[in-house]
Design a protein around this ligand. Structure first.
Ligand SMILES: Cc1cc2nc3c(=O)[nH]c(=O)nc-3n(C[C@H](O)[C@H](O)[C@H](O)COP(=O)(O)OP(=O)(O)OC[C@H]3O[C@@H](n4cnc5c(N)ncnc54)[C@H](O)[C@@H]3O)c2cc1C
Length: 385
């Protein structure tokens, strides 16, 4: 019988192969890349060639036919090497999974090969200037016309908005039906009615967060994802996956910071000895190693439940509110343990700290995650809206 607390030999072998590839190809470019807004297109293609983008997609659709647990292993290792590329592995793999499961045959034929190869970039556009946590209050509309729908509205805070070839856009097909009136559309961002505007972000710069404006954009019927009115169900199901995977992006980044720090403190001398001999130095490393290991286990536990077909909204929400705190606190203390040399962009720690702050908010704030958990513990009526 397999041990639920240990990876199989096959999973460990996969981890070693992704770690080797990611550290060889992506680790060296993280720091310079993080300072610029240059999109890492070559790295995205390498993820495609390595089969990581298609891990969740069935072989008949051009993917690897793997599972969410395996994708988690890949994402942890890619994020360890490079937090920017770790996000790309995550975002691309999840979007391809959504397309493979919900897009029409025509839309899959048009978009999936390029996305799986890493030649095309995809964005997910849900948030609006007037609605984030309360996504069902969105104002973007989709109006029925002959052969399709016309979309009008503004999406904001969209990761990869300025680089995306394709956007998965959520809009109201029935404005009176609340969440049941939301549908998901595949929008070609080359359409002349679609414009994007870049944000000036403190972290995640190469990813190109921005807004997307749709000014009467025609989307044909074969570019609707799932049935009209199903958009919210699609996004909620994906949140349980994305929140679990984000935990492993954060584990990867925090582990790299801890490994860098372990190497530094055993070399750096003060008061005639390596600083690792002071408990004020070694104990924070022991504590953060414990937290990161616990986050790793919770993230894989959530993914394991998903693979087994068990509910995991509660576990995914736990990962999502706690994970950014674990990673942020670990990297912050790693900066302190490096002393003055870490108050500099010559080391990657400052970029890593900025990059992990994105995950406090993106994909749902801590408060929203705690609402999800509290509803499971106390019941929906006891917690309220
Ligand atoms: C780096 C980054 C990347 C992102 N990428 C994407 C993307 O690719 N696509 C996309 O669509 N969106 C993206 N987002 C947007 C993100 O999903 C939203 O910012 C998030 O859902 C919160 O929405 P909001 O910013 O409008 O905050 P609001 O919903 O206005 O919330 C403001 C504050 O009020 C709190 N609050 C709201 N409601 C409640 C409540 N019921 N109980 C307690 N507190 C509450 C929130 O927790 C928060 O602290 C990204 C955001 C960031 C920062």
């Amino acid at each position: 019988m397999s041990n639920p607390f240990l990876c199989t030999d096959e999973q460990e072998e996969f981890r070693r192969s992704v770690a080797g590839l990611a550290r060889d190809r992506f680790a060296g470019s993280y720091l310079e890349g993080a300072k610029t807004d240059k999109f890492p297109g070559d790295e995205l293609r390498q993820l495609g060639q390595a089969g990581i983008i298609g891990l969740l997609v069935d072989e008949e659709d051009g993917g690897q036919g793997g599972d969410a647990f395996t994708l988690g292993i890949a994402i942890e290792e890619v994020a360890y090497a490079n937090l920017t590329v770790g996000y790309l592995a995550f975002g691309s793999a999840v979007a391809c999974d959504v397309l493979a499961r919900h897009a029409t045959a025509a839309a899959k034929a048009r978009w999936l090969p390029g996305l799986l190869a890493g030649d095309l970039v995809v964005a997910l556009a849900l948030t609006e200037p007037g609605s984030g946590s309360d996504a069902a209050a969105m104002r973007t509309t989709a109006t029925r016309v002959e052969g399709g729908w016309v979309l009008t509205g503004e999406k904001t805070s969209v990761t990869a908005a300025v680089h995306a070839h394709l956007a998965i856009v959520f809009a109201k097909t029935d404005p009176d039906a609340g969440a049941a009136g939301v549908s998901a559309f595949l929008v070609d961002t080359d359409d002349r009615t679609v414009t994007s505007h870049p944000f000036d972000d403190p972290g995640g710069k190469p990813l190109g967060r921005g807004s997307v404006v749709l000014d009467g954009t025609f989307v044909p019927d074969d570019h609707v994802l799932g049935a009209p009115g199903n958009g919210f169900r699609i996004v909620m199901h994906e949140f349980d996956l994305t929140r679990s995977l984000i935990g492993l992006i954060l584990v990867g980044g925090a582990q790299r910071a801890l490994d860098m720090t372990a190497a530094y403190v055993t070399e750096r001398q003060a008061f005639g000895q390596p600083i690792s001999r002071f408990q004020g130095v070694s104990f924070p490393i022991a504590e953060h190693t414990t937290y990161v290991e616990a986050l790793r286990m919770l993230s894989y536990h959530s993914l394991g439940r998903r693979v087994a077909g068990l509910p995991h909204s509660r576990e995914a929400a736990m990962v999502k509110w706690w994970g950014p705190e674990v990673a942020f606190n670990a990297i912050k203390d790693c900066i302190v343990l490096h002393g003055q040399v870490a108050f500099s962009d010559d080391l990657p720690l400052q970029s890593m700290l900025r990059d992990v702050t994105a995950y406090f908010i993106g994909d749902g704030t801590p408060q929203i995650q705690k609402l999800v958990i509290a509803r499971h513990v106390l019941g929906r009526d006891a917690v309220g809206a």
